[in-house]
Design a protein around this ligand. Sequence first.
Ligand code: DQA
Length: 151
Amino acid sequence: MTRVLVLNGPNLGRLGSREPEVYGSASHAELVAAAGVWGAELGLEVQVRQSDDESELVGWLHEAVDTSTHVVLNPAAFTHYSYALRDAAAQVTTAGLQLIEVHLSNPYAREAFRHVSVIGPVATGTVAGFGFGSYALALRAVAERTGSHKH
Ligand code: DQA
């Protein structure tokens, strides 16, 4: 089965209580549950993780490379300035694996500092602005690009 790691960066563990007008009122636990359902529908084995720690996220990207696992990544604020995460993300796509950058909100409709993504240039593609739907669309992209939805 095609494996996908869904990785969420800093403050995303606070989903539901953090700025619900921007990020919605559903919790991270609800995202984990929803991603499991979408994955099952798409024939993907999905594991969702969240960390506020840059080095932990870098380690998980290394793990993805070493285990040939595709990645859906919401780098959160690291999107805008973490070259360490960018370099780790680049190893995923260079290895021929999918790395889809996702955002709940549409960063381009927000503050100027959110208009830059250092991850985007090394990602397979980016989905932003659809709330939890961004993750559903990203998983669908992985399924279609790996052919796993046909099995
Ligand atoms: C975010 C957008 C980022 O700018 C922000 O720092 C986040 C969440 C999103 O999902 O919309 O923490 O990645």
